[in-house]
Design a protein around this ligand. Structure first.
Ligand code: PRX
Length: 633
């Protein structure tokens, strides 16, 4: 097990050491894992190409550290504790020994279907144990998983399958989400009709039992695929830098990009941060409410907790089904000790009223966490007082898909808390703030763009199939720095507060959505000529999506037009990207070079039209007043 920090002084000493001697520090952490061959060099890096490699020459398989090494010490401990969507259905408890067997069996089945080291496997699945099993089975044989959140549409799924050139897709008949079943197999069929020529096989889990069409020669039931397969499977030993997974995420331009993480560094960093941030203790029941379709689920439902030998709870459903007391009921039932969720869920449950929390016995809770978006003070206080009863520290964890693991966060009960602050960098993390010219802002009480000066083991390695895009997105804005896309401030005590994105990315309910993607989708709706999308403050979602749309002629029935736009966005991306507000406008404010002035559109969407700045330099200043007068605020 990696080092677990126990006191504030120790944190300070370890942090100082990790900056003075990062290679020595991380080598010590890495040495606590099972390797087939030790590394020759700890780190090689430059942020110009960029090129980052950790534990060079080392050979391992991450799943041996998630599974095999626990067989000696905790074979009968529950690894995966599964809470179904329908509270009347049976809870599933899968021990480390059982999980090992199930992962190996599917790994053998995948091999039998022709999946080889380096092949990509796309997972489009419900939050059932088989999703975690499929993730680990891919890793077991050196294949690369690409999990796609099952709320994405067929078009979005097809884009990701094509970009990753996936050979196999694993899905289910349907997903149980709240009162509905969502027919995910049908979505896969539709996606595959859009020219995903790399796909040879679709493996279908029987989950809800709903009827699904199977395509002969291509589709195979999961239970048929694993039938008769052995429950042991030698792990494919890979290089530290062998690709572990691709996960697509939105940026400010173009289509989502496939962030790439690798076996060695990701393993060391997720285990270390899981145990330190949450101060995990053996025997704890740990629950992260994210979906495995996002990075939080990868790092802190599957890999981090299993590497640490924890019991990780996986929840199939949604926070409000059958009622807004569901989270607290699950905490009570399973005696959850560590609970990790998103501010949007906290705000929604807070809005549902205190009565849902009041009657529950939440005394098992010791640590609370949040992730995904800035948490406002009211929500922080409610979480701290009503859920944690002022006993439990809140770890406000700041990180990104690209960072693989938590970078800035309190260590529970060890480092100080400050509402709305992610607080201090973890060991090995060297943040800095820069101004628009790239000058580093020194000292306390400064605000700027958040960058990292030095690599940590789970920094992204590339964006799949397009390294130049990786360079341009993260390493080109400021020389020799990784740029996060976030703005932040640093207080007198060196604590960081994340303010939010400074690029054209919107954070809706903790989901990252690129404005360009939404605009592309809206532009496909009937009668739409052009559109511009911005975020605006939303009481529950954090940010809502405001769309300004130019049409080719009079729209007639406005509500039918809006519905057509919503349907188009749902078809192109998925319901999470649906605009909250759609305003038909005669034009968009543009600079003389034809660039849309989003600053003005953001202000109007926020309802703050008092000071729009100088609009006289616009190509079409008259349009601003027209937009203002029709604004939906
Ligand atoms: O803007 C930051 C916000 O979420 C972005 C990363 O999104 P994603 O890659 O989807 O990963 C989300 C889960 C790690 C960041 O650039 N963000 C994430 N955590 C926080 C946050 N903003 C404020 N406070 C946080 N704790």
């Amino acid at each position: 097990m990696t080092l677990q920090i126990r006191t504030l002084d120790e944190y300070r000493a370890v942090y100082e050491r990790s900056v003075r001697d990062p290679e020595g520090f991380w080598a010590e952490q890495a040495a606590t894992f099972r390797w087939h061959k030790p590394w020759r060099r700890v780190l090689e890096w430059n942020f110009r190409e960029p090129r980052v490699k950790w534990f060079i020459g080392g050979r391992l398989n991450i799943t041996e550290n998630c599974l095999d090494r626990h067989l000696e010490t905790r074979p009968d401990q529950v690894a995966l504790l599964w809470e179904p969507n329908d509270p009347k259905r049976k809870v599933r408890r899968i021990t480390y020994r059982q999980l090992y067997g199930l992962v190996c069996q599917l790994a053998n089945a995948l091999k039998a279907q022709g999946v080889r080291k380096g092949d990509r496997v796309c997972l489009y699945m419900p939050m059932v144990p088989e999703l975690a099993i499929a993730v680990l089975a891919c890793a077991r044989i050196g294949a690369v998983h690409s999990v796609v959140f099952a709320g994405f549409s067929a078009v979005a799924l097809a884009d990701r399958i094509k970009d990753a050139q996936a050979k196999v897709v694993i899905t289910a008949d349907a997903n149980a989400r709240g009162p509905k079943n969502i027919a995910v197999k049908t979505v896969v069929d539709e996606a595959l009709s859009m020219g995903c020529s790399s796909v040879e096989r679709v493996i279908v889990l029987r989950n809800t039992g709903d009827e699904v069409p199977m395509t002969a020669g291509r589709d195979l039931w999961w239970h048929d695929a694993v039938r008769g397969k052995r429950k042991t499977c030698k792990a494919t030993v890979v290089d530290s830098e062998h690709m572990l997974f691709i996960l697509y995420t939105s940026g400010s331009t173009g289509k989502p990009k496939g962030v790439v993480h690798t076996h060695g560094g990701y393993m060391v960093y997720t285990e270390f941060t899981f145990r330190n941030v949450f101060q995990y203790q053996p025997g704890d029941i740990y629950w992260c409410t994210a979906d495995i379709g996002w990075i939080t689920g990868h790092s802190y439902i599957v890999y981090g907790p299993l590497l640490a030998g924890a019991t990780t709870l996986m929840f199939e459903g949604i926070p409000t089904y059958p009622d807004p007391g569901r989270f607290w009921e699950v905490v009570q039932r399973h005696k959850v000790n560590i609970f990790y969720t998103a501010p949007t869920a906290i705000r929604a449950l807070m809005a549902a009223g205190d009565e849902w929390v009041k009657g529950r016995r939440l005394t098992s809770l010791r640590v609370l966490g949040t992730v995904g978006e800035p948490i406002n003070e009211e929500a922080w206080r409610w979480y701290y007082e009503r859920v944690g009863k002022k006993r439990c520290p809140i770890v406000d964890t700041w990180w990104q898909t690209e960072t693989g693991g938590i970078l800035i966060s309190p260590l529970a009960s060890i480092t100080p808390l400050k509402p709305c602050y992610a607080t201090l960098p973890l060991p090995g993390v060297q943040p800095c703030l820069v101004d628009a010219n790239g000058n580093e802002l020194e000292g306390p009480n400064v605000e700027g763009m958040l960058c990292l000066k030095f690599p940590w083991p789970s920094i992204l390695r590339t964006t799949f199939g397009d390294h130049e895009r990786c360079r341009l997105n993260y390493f080109a804005a400021f020389p020799d720095k990784y740029f996060t896309g976030d703005g932040a401030r640093r207080d007198d005590n060196g604590m960081y507060r994340i303010i939010g994105r400074v690029d054209d990315v919107i954070n809706v309910s903790g989901h990252r959505i690129g404005t360009a993607e939404v605009e592309d989708a809206i532009n496909k709706a009937p009668n739409v000529v052009e559109s511009a999308v911005v975020g605006y403050p939303h009481p529950i979602k954090g940010q809502g999506i405001y769309a300004y749309v130019i049409t080719s002629g009079p729209v007639g029935d406005l509500s039918a037009f809006r519905q057509a736009v919503l349907d188009t966005v749902t078809r192109e991306i998925g319901p999470i990207a649906k605009p909250d507000k759609i305003q038909v406008v005669p034009g968009l404010p543009k600079t003389r070079s034809g660039k849309i002035m989003r600053r003005i559109l953001r202000k109007i969407a926020e309802g703050d039209t008092s000071n729009l700045g100088d609009t006289t330099t616009l190509l079409n200043p008259e349009v601003v007043d027209e937009i203002k007068s029709g604004a939906l605020v």
